[in-house]
Design a binder for this molecule. Structure first.
Ligand SMILES: *[C@@H]1O[C@H](CO)[C@@H](O)[C@H](O)[C@H]1NC(C)=O
Ligand SMILES: *[C@@H]1O[C@H](CO)[C@@H](O)[C@H](O)[C@H]1NC(C)=O
Ligand SMILES: *[C@@H]1O[C@H](CO)[C@@H](O)[C@H](O)[C@H]1NC(C)=O
Ligand SMILES: *[C@@H]1O[C@H](CO)[C@@H](O)[C@H](O)[C@H]1NC(C)=O
Length: 622
């Protein structure tokens, strides 16, 4: 194979052909660099929609509906203490009233957080009661309530005692829709109640494709982000929720939840500690909490770690330092698995990853000028952009997605788009009832407001500067650099500043050592982030998981799972720099039936994170 640098160049010229390398062309192409960001949010808008893209998502054999839309949240009276009512099946729900403004005394208004609990199977005074673990599905903008309903059972099994541990702890699990998000009120919205327009906007955005799609794409996407972010930030009243949604507020809300939980248990509230498990953007919440309230840290697992300093710039070069490694793992694992396990592997069993790579790039290039027409009762067209977005998502979850991606590529190579048309339909169609906000699992508007107000004021950036930033990011990662950079484009056009945000210092001495987990090939939160963060927090431990994908959930590892369980059960930590192997590879599970069962449970949680917020921080900014 040629040198890595030459390979990057080649990849870049195929994926972004409008980005030239010489003077005149270069100047022109700067404006073409771009792609969008909002698009992916289209599919995450509605529960169930994502099943098209992640066909393995639903594993409820009896076909039960996991979420009962009939529970009447409005009838549940908000309270300044935790007043739980039974809800759904075996869960308890509450609406917790908290101050809108904790710091600046600008308003006496309040927010009502929608909160859900899966109670431990032992009472709170039982010696086996271990406390409440608070979870956040990431995003920002992911709905915690629906998330817990979806994975409560699996997470209880994962954190709870092993079958042979008669003294092990049982935990309450608590999640909530963060302020501005989901069922919490007031709700943060940019498009107001007109959600049909909002969905159509997402589809238009998707159809513009990436900046390399055409010579007009960059300008259109730039203008769309300007319109979207600009209108979201305009006519904002003095005490609008949009001014009070930075992650500092979320960390403070979590502190309140911890204290209200202690109060509910009839315990002393002044010293109650947080038990927390966060992924992706959820690690940023954890870091913020640890920096602001270090003495209140009981247990903190941060998995798929965001660098809080880079995060101020919204989309940083360092985010993508391992992305192309993740992409390369597709070629390698496919070639190694061989045909027909991997549909794109060489039929004569030549195990050369270069062949897989060449075919992948050839399909992308062919589709650019010659999209695949799908002749079915409801016609479809599969474009190169559709395919690139599918690749982007696949990098998050290789175990589930690489085999599907390989099959899709092999089909498209033959001009067969029937499989892809099913997966991509939700991106092209208004498949969810436009008025049924209850179906949503993720709020793109909240994501925009939270991301941009956590970050520095970027409104001084002009179009030329941004184009050159995007170009550099595309050089670092030809596969997703343009997709990632769009995040920043939305914030450049978002002038609204928060009342308060936390910007450091990030060095802290938490009351209990933090466990930070990074993967060797994570496409958006490289392991180096976890390593650096562990250095900033006294006695904290960095654990490396040797797998591709976003967060440790991307691949089942007995070793990682055991460390997480032991950390919550007994507070024990791995040695620094421990590496965990995984039990599975993208094109084949290793191990016995018991491991496969563990894998299945694990994958359920991973699917839900993907659907409800994991990584959505970059996917949905419009
Ligand atoms: C709000 O209060 C914080 C903390 O006291 C302060 O740092 C910040 O500047 C204030 N914000 C405004 C807009 O006054
Ligand atoms: C390729 O390898 C697979 C798995 O080892 C085997 O099933 C298949 O028959 C082989 N194909 C050829 C053409 O040798
Ligand atoms: C954009 O900003 C850069 C740096 O401040 C400046 O040199 C350049 O002239 C600006 N370009 C335009 C078109 O305003
Ligand atoms: C852990 O790994 C880092 C980076 O590879 C290295 O600098 C450090 O010395 C290692 N620490 C220990 C205790 O092995």
């Amino acid at each position: 194979m040629s040198s890595p640098k030459a390979e990057l160049q080649e990849l870049r010229s195929i994926l972004n052909p409008h980005v030239g390398s010489t003077g005149a062309t270069r100047f022109k192409s700067r404006y073409l660099l771009f792609l969008f960001a909002a698009l992916l949010s289209a599919m995450y808008h509605c529960a169930g929609r994502a099943q098209y893209l992640f066909p393995l998502t639903t594993r409820h054999e009896d076909g039960t509906v996991w979420y009962n839309p009939d529970f009447d949240w409005e009838a549940l009276k908000p309270s300044t203490s935790l007043q739980y009512a039974p809800c759904y099946d075996g869960y308890q729900c509450a609406r917790l009233t908290l101050p809108m403004d904790y710091w600046n005394g600008t308003t006496d208004a309040t927010v009502n957080l929608a909160l859900i609990k899966k109670p431990a199977i032992v009472p709170v005074d039982d010696p086996q009661y271990g406390g409440a673990v608070i979870m956040n599905p990431g995003g920002p903008g992911g709905h915690g309530v629906k998330f817990l309903l979806r994975v409560g059972e699996q997470v209880s099994n994962l954190l709870g005692p092993s079958s042979d541990d008669v003294e092990g702890k049982y935990f309450d699990l608590i999640s909530f829709d963060p302020r501005g998000v989901g069922l919490s009120t007031p709700n943060l919205a940019c498009f107001g109640k007109n959600s049909i327009l909002e969905q159509v906007w997402s589809i238009r955005n998707w159809e513009e494709g990436s900046f390399g799609t055409s010579d007009v794409a960059f300008g259109r996407l730039w203008a769309m982000s300007k319109a979207k972010s600009g209108s979201c930030a305009s006519n904002v009243k003095e005490h609008d929720i949009k001014r009070y949604v930075t992650t500092a507020y979320v960390a403070r809300d979590i502190l309140e939840i911890v204290e209200k939980h202690a109060e509910w248990r009839e315990k002393e509230t002044s010293d109650e500690k947080l038990l927390y498990w966060g992924f992706s953007y959820g690690t940023y919440i954890g870091e913020t909490f640890a920096a602001m309230y270090p003495h209140r840290v009981g247990r903190l697992v941060l998995d798929g770690v965001v660098d809080p300093i880079d995060n101020l710039q919204i989309a940083a070069f360092t985010d993508l330092s391992d992305t192309e490694k993740t992409m390369a793992s597709f070629y390698h694992s496919c070639a190694e698995a061989g045909y027909p396990t991997c549909a794109l592997a060489d039929p004569n069993n030549i195990t050369d990853p270069t062949l897989v790579r060449e075919r992948t790039l050839a399909v992308i290039e062919t589709l650019r000028y010659d999209p695949v027409a799908v002749i079915v009762p409801e016609p479809e067209v599969i474009t190169s952009n559709d395919l690139r977005m599918l690749i982007f998502l696949s990098l998050y979850h290789p175990v589930q997605m690489f085999p599907i991606l390989a099959k899709t590529l092999a089909d498209l190579e033959k001009g067969d788009g029937s499989g892809s048309s099913q997966m991509l339909r939700p991106y092209h169609d208004l498949t969810c009832r436009a008025t049924a906000s209850i179906d949503r699992v993720f709020d793109a508007d909240a994501q925009l407001a939270i991301t941009c107000s956590d970050g520095d004021d970027l409104t001084g950036y002009n179009r030329t500067q941004f184009a050159s930033f995007a170009e550099t990011l595309t050089e670092i990662s030809p596969t997703i650099g343009d997709i990632w950079a769009a995040l920043r484009m939305y914030c450049i056009h978002y002038p609204l500043r928060p009342q308060y945000r936390y910007t450091g210092p990030w060095e802290a001495s938490p009351a209990y050592p933090v466990l930070l987990i990074g993967n060797t090939m994570d496409p958006v939160t490289p392991a180096i982030n976890a390593y650096k963060m562990a250095k900033r927090m006294t006695d904290s431990i960095f654990l490396l998981q040797d797998s591709p994908g976003h967060t440790s959930l991307a691949a089942y590892s007995k070793c990682t799972t055991r460390y997480v369980k032991e950390y919550f059960q007994r507070g024990s930590l791995p040695l620094a720099n421990t590496t965990c192997e995984v039990e599975e590879k993208p094109f084949g599970l290793k191990g016995d039936a018991r491991q496969i069962a563990a894998h299945t449970q694990h994958m359920d949680i991973a699917d839900a994170f993907l659907e409800y917020g994991l990584g959505m921080r970059l996917l949905g900014s419009a």
